[in-house]
Design a binder for this molecule. Structure first.
Ligand SMILES: Nc1nc2c(ncn2[C@@H]2O[C@H](COP(=O)(O)OP(=O)(O)O)[C@@H](O)[C@H]2O)c(=O)[nH]1
Ligand SMILES: Nc1ncnc2c1ncn2[C@@H]1O[C@H](COP(=O)(O)OP(=O)(O)O)[C@@H](O)[C@H]1O
Length: 219
């Protein structure tokens, strides 16, 4: 895959693993969907989970909804790149699609928690770019969880209680974006991805490309 839009024929790029994490309700699903819609070649990693499906969710699109037994088998068979317990359920990243995407130079977007991000970093540090999304205030976070209207009051209380724990891990992330205005937050996330794609060490074949330019100049 070329770096795109720069006429740098012969310059390939290693795919990167772009991770968005946040406390529940801060907006990472919304931002992920916007990013996928606006970024050709970016592939969403679809996680497996044992949590029940929410209204409006689609199996195989939002998550692969599996039972405990199937999840355990996936762990045993080494089918997951990482996995963690979150809110009493298990969530994990299927390995196959991620490895296939990266091998063909495509970037992969992950909506996973801090535990999963840590595991990806331990395995593939240099290919991982991590962004932590913060809500502008606790009131806004609670409001968003209610507006989403997909969880009971009890589940929302649980998510609010966990938000502090999740946020305490912000300092392990490369970038921090406060999601107050969604348009501004999206621009921030998109700019981070674009800049990281253009990092010199991610571009393979630059030497040959520059040599070619210099040869032409010397003619
Ligand atoms: N480690 C890990 N965390 C995941 C994975 N998929 C989702 N999560 C996290 O699990 C948490 C709960 O997700 P979900 O039930 O969809 O609720 P949400 O927080 O409202 O999006 C979020 O913090 C997700 O980022 C995964 O494959 N691995
Ligand atoms: N900047 C924002 N301003 C107002 N509402 C937002 C903003 N970002 C997201 N939301 C809304 O907040 C709710 C939670 O967002 P969501 O993306 O599901 O969060 P997460 O995936 O982090 O749990 C959704 O109803 C979403 O439409």
């Amino acid at each position: 895959m070329t770096t795109g839009g720069h006429g740098t024929d012969g310059v390939e790029r290693r795919g990167l693993m772009f991770v968005l994490s946040s406390p529940s309700g801060a907006g990472k699903t919304t931002l992920s969907r916007m990013l996928i819609a606006e970024t050709p070649g970016l592939q969403m990693s679809i996680s497996a989970t044992t949590r029940p499906m929410r209204p409006g969710e689609v199996d195989g699109k939002d998550y692969f909804f599996v039972d405990q037994k199937r999840f355990e088998l996936m762990v045993e068979n080494g089918e997951l790149l990482e996995w963690a317990h979150v809110f009493g359920n298990r969530y994990g990243t299927p390995r196959g699609p991620v490895e296939a995407a990266l091998a063909s130079g495509r970037d992969v977007l992950f909506d996973i928690d801090w535990q999963g991000t840590q595991q990806l970093r331990d395995r593939s540090g240099k290919d991982v770019v991590s962004v932590f999304i913060l809500p502008p205030s606790v009131a806004a976070l609670e409001q968003r969880l209610h507006t989403r209207a997909q969880d009971s009051d009890e589940v929302i209380r649980g998510r609010m209680k966990k938000a502090g724990d999740e946020m305490s891990h912000f300092d392990a992330y490369d970038y921090i974006v406060v999601n107050d205005n969604i348009g501004i937050a999206f621009e921030a996330v998109r700019s981070i991805l674009r800049a990281e794609q253009l990092k010199r060490e991610r571009q393979v074949g630059l030497e040959g490309f520059v040599r070619g330019l210099r040869n032409q100049l010397e003619k």
